[in-house]
Design a protein around this ligand. Structure first.
Ligand SMILES: NC(=O)C1=CN([C@@H]2O[C@H](COP(=O)(O)OP(=O)(O)OC[C@H]3O[C@@H](n4cnc5c(N)ncnc54)[C@H](OP(=O)(O)O)[C@@H]3O)[C@@H](O)[C@H]2O)[C@@H](O)CC1
Ligand SMILES: [K+]
Length: 503
């Protein structure tokens, strides 16, 4: 599990580590690791470090110090290094080291701005974990210039303009190809929009690990998900593997039902029971003959008794929001098993929050718009401050929350937020959320906690989307889409077995 920490947690751990070390040791460790990564990138892009042009954007704090010392190391290997001094002051030791190594330093001017465009590599040492709020000038102008340069952009610790504690971007911000972060990942590197600005993140060990507390955010890797996933054993039968019930679809919206059922079937549910009105039932049977279906008679009140036992329920996709749908949601949420609420189910509980007050675990899977209705907060605010709002929803509603997005976040009170980064932009297409609900439902029925079921489902869903976008192969090679092509939601369900085999 990759783990990330808030700036306060990092500072506390750094203070404990520094107490036993000579002054400046950590900065030297950081700069050495940073220079190694830059040298590797320059060698990869141009065949050598010697003669390459490096521009160091230098702020007033220790972030600038790291960048200057790394610049000095590159200058000693023959790189032509120029520091643009943008802060009200400059790290003295770092500047002296750069000059002693043959590097140059210039004050910020329009002309100096040209150095961003003329470099092979730009090192962003404007602000690190000491930054706060939108970048002031001239940092903002320099950060914006990194978007237009043909150079490799390497952010030092965090991309300047990204809030290291939240991933929030409140103004201009550096868009890095690579971020080299020190001691531990920072929360803002895992959460969008910060995660997107960070590019590839490389961690340099400076000895912080023994001093770190429990993480703020965690990002599971394939191996973590593989270890969590329920696997059938020799004596497993369909009931022990978990029966998931799905209440989805309506005569108006039938596709969501087929997609949710498909997600559950392909994610390995022991059995899928599906309950809805006649038309979705007919279509689910036609597409997934292994699903056991029940036509719900809502005229005389909804009862789930005829459906048979399930270990978890999924309720909501495509079911509408009328009185009958409300009655179905109420019946499902009164069952004493874990329930996943998605899509129309979320609209229903937003209007009747009391439905979420129950003893068994509840997992909700909103996108920003649906969470906006649940919390009464504008959608744009949720998108800008995703971490804050996913936590708030978990606390306020007392449920496990999976907030969909380019990085999906999963929150449960008292646990680190999980960040899932396996997705692809092609996943942003209609119906993929319905598939996700079925996958998570299958994992809930298989015995995972809501927190683990959500994490594993989002991870596997992202992997399956990648497999589907690459036509089932590894997708090596170029093309405008980087080897990936558009996908339909059913492709994601069909790619689940291949994705599960990759774990
Ligand atoms: N501690 C350690 O052991 C280690 C720390 N390490 C490194 O130190 C970094 C933290 O260094 P730090 O604390 O000096 O803060 P830092 O990020 O350089 O920025 C502070 C200055 O930025 C400015 N500023 C702030 N907001 C701004 C804005 N919106 N717009 C414009 N300017 C703004 C403000 O300056 P002022 O306004 O005073 O000019 C403030 O004083 C950390 O990220 C890592 O790289 C490594 O060497 C490993 C060991
Ligand atoms: K930086």
């Amino acid at each position: 599990m990759r783990t990330a920490y808030s700036p306060d947690q990092i500072r506390t751990a750094e203070a404990a580590l520094m107490a036993g070390l000579p002054a400046g040791t950590l900065m030297q460790r950081a700069a050495a690791g940073l220079a190694v990564v830059c040298a590797r990138l320059l060698t990869g892009a141009h065949g050598r470090v010697y003669g390459s042009r490096v521009t160091v954007l230098t702020g007033s704090g220790d972030n600038g110090g790291d960048a200057l010392y790394a610049g000095a190391r590159l200058a000693r290997r023959g790189a032509r290094v120029v520091a643009v001094l943008a802060g009200s002051r400059t790290h003295e030791g770092g500047l002296a080291a750069l000059l002693a190594a043959g590097g140059r330093a210039v004050a910020f001017t329009e002309e100096a701005l040209g150095l961003v465009g003329d470099a092979d590599l730009v090192l962003d040492g404007l602000v690190g974990i000491g930054g706060g709020g939108a970048l002031r000038e001239p940092y903002g102008t320099l950060a914006s210039a990194t978007a237009d340069t043909p150079a490799l952009v390497v952010a030092v610790d965090v991309p300047s303009g990204v809030d290291s504690g939240t991933g929030l971007v409140a103004g201009p911000a550096v868009k890095a190809h690579v971020t080299v972060t020190f001691g531990a990942y920072k929360t803002g590197l895992f959460v969008d929009p910060g995660a997107t600005h960070a590019g590839m993140v490389e961690l340099v060990d400076i000895g912080l690990r023994p001093h770190l507390p429990g993480p703020d955010v965690a990002a599971p890797a394939d191996g973590d998900v593989a270890a969590l996933l329920p696997r059938p054993e020799a004596e497993s039968d369909k009931y022990r593997r978990g029966v998931v019930g799905i209440a989805a679809g309506s005569d108006t919206y039938t596709g969501a039902a087929v997609l949710s059922a498909g997600g559950a079937v392909r994610a390995g549910a022991g059995m899928v029971r599906f309950a809805s009105s006649a038309e979705p039932v007919r279509l689910v049977r036609a597409r997934w003959p292994e699903v056991v279906t029940t036509i719900l008679d809502t005229a005389s009140g909804v009862s789930l008794d005829a459906i048979g036992r399930v270990q978890a329920w999924v309720v909501g996709p495509g079911m509408g929001t009328g009185t009958e749908a409300h009655a179905v949601a109420r019946a499902v949420l009164s069952a004493e098993v874990p329930v996943l609420v998605d899509a129309d189910g979320l609209t229903i509980v937003a209007a009747d929050r009391a439905l979420l007050r129950r003893a068994a675990p509840t997992l909700i899977t909103p996108h920003a718009g649906e969470l906006s209705r649940l919390l009464g907060v504008p959608r744009e605010l949720i998108e800008a401050r995703r971490l804050e709002h996913v936590r708030r929803a978990a606390d306020e509603l007392g449920v496990t929350v999976l907030l969909k997005g380019s990085t999906t976040l999963i929150a449960e009170t008292g646990l680190p937020v999980r960040a899932i980064t396996t997705g692809t932009p092609w996943l942003a297409t209609g119906g993929t959320g319905d598939v996700l609900s079925g996958i998570a439902g299958a994992f809930l029925a298989g015995g995972l906690s809501a927190y683990d079921a959500a994490s594993c489902a989002a991870h596997v869903h992202g992997l399956a989307a990648r497999v589907a976008a690459r036509g089932g192969g590894t997708g090596k090679g170029g093309g405008a889409g980087g080897g990936e092509a558009p996908i339909a939601a059913l492709d994601v369900a069909e790619a689940l077995p291949a994705a599960l085999r990759m774990l």
